[in-house]
Design a protein around this ligand. Structure first.
Ligand code: PEP
Ligand code: MG
Length: 552
């Protein structure tokens, strides 16, 4: 939630001060919708009056059986991911370990609905606190099952079965079965809690439903008209009729652009005179790939592992097994295509408690990326061990962030070889994959020929902020923070030329790669490989097709 939203007292929410304010959450599924808010509050529960324990036990058994029958019918009608999720719930419903705790409470005189909810709540709390995102995401499935059975036991009113046109559903969280029961065409989802890695987020991406999560508590009312922006992760209320018109037009433009983009995304990326351009995707979490058609790209150009570890601290960083699981998920999706996984790029605007340095005077110029990895070698070794093992499963490449001087790459190489020796000695299958470097520090961009690197990926976000001396997180410096500035482009061109001279593949993975307005300028530098968010591919491929062609 934005600072503006958090600091406004509710009495001022509709006042002039509120104008221009917006609520910030996390983008979970791209697209924009403008429409009325529909708030789904926690269901009103009509608690049962406890009957004799034997009767309560039968009631619970019957409710579980009815809920299972409903689920089985939904499974039969669903396909793909939806069927998998519902099958998982069906399996949970048949698990006697779940009902045992409830039966024990019933024997002590507790009503069936209370006993069931208490048993499930304890399990949900366990799952919700798990370190592993996979298990945390299962908490929503258990909640779904809890509510299904409780609804049978309490006779609670059926959930809302339809939403108004262009509605934005606002809820604390949303269960997969509630999602699957509603028609989402033209509608969107705003969640106060939730996670981009949840099943619901995965389903939303797969079905093109815009979604923002982790908005926090919001002082909004049913019927408020808002723009939901699933790309930037924001909710923008319309106070005046003029704002409503502007936001509605923004949503319409986005819907049009999305339709054009997705139609264009599967076409080959070739310039007007037939020069092919490699298009790769940037990912933050393997879960993001579930809705992405592999046919739109040639592989993963950048997996930002610090975002896979989002919300962790040094103490809770994923261990080797969990990292291996996440890296293999990326490789499975890519098949035989390349997957470039960047080592932890914490620091700067991505703090990691206990690992990054708090209160640095200028964190973007401080300890971040490889500078920190080389200081926390225990953490770095765990990541390298997982990467070398995953490399056996596909075309994995390791990318090192924030490299400034050749000595850093030399130290990384030595560590990679050392880790490989350890794995060898322990008889653990592994492979030493290509090790490349991000070029995002001008010192590296100017002296590329001196670095021992197998490939290069240009980080135009940081390269721009360091060339322009304009912090990338300062909205007022937007005009300076421009990767299209001739100085930045000249440096990119120099990197491309040096890489060609050294016969090293070069790509670009900063946001500029996904900006169709910059595509021609980037192709002018000689670049022929761009990595971007999947949603940007259609627009960039259209810009590539319009490019005059011919290498400069
Ligand atoms: C970049 O700097 O352009 C880049 C891709 O890295 P990040 O945005 O994660 O810093
Ligand atoms: Mg960077």
């Amino acid at each position: 939630m934005s600072l503006a939203a958090r600091t406004l007292p509710p009495s001022e929410i509709r006042g002039a001060e509120y104008r221009g304010a917006e609520y910030r959450g996390r983008a979970a599924s791209p697209g924009k919708v403008f429409g009325p808010l529909v708030i789904v509050r926690t269901a009103e529960t009509r608690a049962r009056t406890a009957g004799p324990p034997a009767a309560e036990r039968v009631a619970l058994e019957r409710a579980v059986a009815l809920a299972s029958a409903d689920l089985a019918a939904l499974v039969a009608a669903a396909d793909g991911d939806a069927a998998d999720i519902l099958e998982f719930q069906l399996a949970l419903a048949g698990d006697t370990a779940l009902t045992e705790a409830a039966f024990a409470a019933i024997a002590d005189g507790v009503a069936a609905d209370v006993a069931w909810a208490a048993a499930l709540d304890a399990m949900i709390a366990d799952y919700a606190q798990a370190d592993d995102a996979y298990f945390r995401a299962r908490a929503a499935d258990l909640t779904d099952l809890r509510d299904r059975v409780t609804a049978v036991l309490t006779g609670a009113a059926a959930a809302r079965s339809s939403l108004p046109e262009n509605a934005i559903l606002l809820a604390d969280d949303l269960t997969p079965s509630r999602f699957l029961a509603l028609d989402w065409i033209g509608r969107g989802i705003a969640l106060m809690a939730g996670s981009p890695a949840s099943h619901v987020a995965m389903l939303a991406r797969a079905r093109g439903v815009p979604m923002v999560v982790r908005l926090g508590p919001l002082p909004l009312s049913d019927g408020d008209r808002l723009l939901l922006d699933g790309e930037a992760g924001r909710l923008v209320p319309a106070i005046t009729a003029e704002e409503a018109r502007r936001l509605a037009a923004e949503a319409e433009d986005a819907a049009e652009a999305l339709a054009i983009n997705s139609a264009a995304a599967t076409r080959p990326a070739v310039t007007a005179d037939g020069d092919p351009v490699q298009i790769l995707i940037n990912v933050a979490d393997p879960a993001e790939l579930d809705g992405v058609d592999p046919a739109i790209c040639e592989g993963v150009g950048l997996a930002r592992t610090e975002l896979i570890f989002d919300g962790a601290s040094l103490r809770t960083l994923p261990d080797e097994a969990r990292q291996l699981y996440a890296y293999r998920a990326l490789l499975d999706w890519a098949g035989d295509r390349p997957v470039t996984i960047r080592t932890l790029d914490a620091g700067g605007d991505k703090p990691l408690p206990g690992y990054t340095v708090a209160n640095e005077t200028n964190s973007f110029l401080g300890l971040r990326g490889v500078r920190l990895s080389l200081r926390h070698r225990d953490v770095f070794r765990v990541q390298l061990r997982a990467l070398l093992q995953a490399a056996v499963n596909g075309d994995l490449r390791i990318l090192i962030p924030m490299v400034s001087v050749p000595a850093e790459m030399a130290e990384v190489r030595a560590l990679v070889n050392d880790v490989a020796r350890d794995l060898q000695a322990a008889g653990i299958p592994h492979r030493v994959p290509p090790v490349g470097m991000m070029v995002e520090v001008p010192a590296a961009a100017l002296m590329l020929e001196r670095f021992d690197t197998d490939f290069v990926s240009i980080g135009s976000n940081d390269l721009t902020q360091y060339v322009m001396a304009a912090s990338r997180d300062c909205a007022e410096l937007d005009a300076l923070s421009d990767a299209g500035n001739p100085a930045v482009l000249a440096l990119i061109k120099s990197v491309v030329t040096q890489a060609a001279a050294c016969d090293i593949p070069v790509s670009l993975c900063g946001d500029a790669g996904g900006d169709p307005a910059l595509t021609a300028k980037l192709l002018d530098t000689g670049l022929r490989s761009l990595s971007m968010a999947p949603v940007a591919i259609g627009g960039v491929k259209a810009a590539v097709a319009a490019y005059p062609g011919g290498k400069p």
